[in-house]
Design a protein around this ligand. Sequence first.
Ligand SMILES: Nc1ncnc2c1ncn2[C@@H]1O[C@H](COP(=O)(O)OP(=O)(O)O)[C@@H](O)[C@H]1O
Ligand SMILES: [Mg+2]
Length: 386
Amino acid sequence: MNTLPAKQLTPKSNRRIYLGVMSGTSLDGIDIVAVSFEPDFKMLSSASYDIPSDIKDLILALCLPGDNEIEKMGHLDVALAQLYAKYCNQLIDDNTNIFSRCDVCAIGLHGQTIRHRPLNDPLHNFSLQIGDANTVAELTGITTIADFRRRDLAAGGQGAPLVPAFHQSLFSHISNDRVIVNIGGMANITLLAKDNTQPLIGFDTGPGNVLLDAWINKCQEKAYDLGGAWAHTGTVNKPLLKQLLTLPYFQQDYPKSTGREQFNLSWLQQQLSEYTGLSDVDIQCTLVELTAITICDQVSRQAFSMAQLFVCGGGAKNSFLMERLDALLPDAAIVTSTKALNLAPDWVEASAFAWLAKQTLAGLNGNCMTVTGAKGERVLGAIYQP
Ligand SMILES: Nc1ncnc2c1ncn2[C@@H]1O[C@H](COP(=O)(O)OP(=O)(O)O)[C@@H](O)[C@H]1O
Ligand SMILES: [Mg+2]
């Protein structure tokens, strides 16, 4: 069990440090960064920690309707929080040469999404992230900010994506149009026009890695296709691709966001029911193409096909997927990862939640109404004092 860490009362850094904690749809790990924003953005430390397999199973079980959900959720809410707190404490303890616990002003905690239902009926709009922030504040002794999405939903927004405002603050450029593509379990794009009077646009394009992981896991019991090497040996099946692309979500206008409710293995298996003769590898290759096409189509539709495109999230490490993005956007000025912008792709989303915590603590807005569709900009999340 966690015990309350010893207080470190002497500041070690002259910067105000924020931790960002991100555990996304993919369940590949819990990413934590320690960053500061003033005078400029600086990454002090980062690490990715394991999610034990029993916790992973509990999360997956709660992502779809099932039995006894309240009991299960209550238990997992605290168990996950204990894990988040343990890893935050570990990151701090591993970096005492750089900063001290008392230099950390806040933890920005995304939590684990178990349901995301941004439907158009306001009575059914909800998004649920668990990992009790009371427990995290208690076990770390640090102000913890969580529950970022629901205020935006309450204001009529999708509650997602929330990363575009951070992308804008860090990555926009006065002489280049830029696209930031976050390829996690789902994929979302942020369109940063060089003309900063243009409204910020950002939305989920559809699946990122989630179907790729689900399919290789089913066929080969692997968590993911390293570098996209397996998919690379396959061939795109055009009829299947065409069928997958008929899903209305892909044609829907933004604002829009999606999750495991829509894109999951059983949905994929339904889609495959008439393709019994297809080889497993061709299906994997077709799924890579689906992720790539749905991203690139939207980039082109929004007139950003000549922009610079920077990819973050685990998808940036899938070289085959990166190759396909490059091929589908022949006019793009560059297609590369956010490493080229001095922030490694693994740490962008966790940094965004550290930034959102900073915004909340300062009483500043975190959402962007042109992205989520909310009635207005809002201070997001709730503050849990230590
Ligand atoms: N070396 C790699 N090659 C191919 N895919 C990778 C690699 N590393 C990570 N990924 C993919 O990225 C996913 C994790 O991406 P991440 O951005 O953390 O998503 P999430 O936010 O959903 O957790 C993994 O599940 C895997 O599909
Ligand atoms: Mg992840």
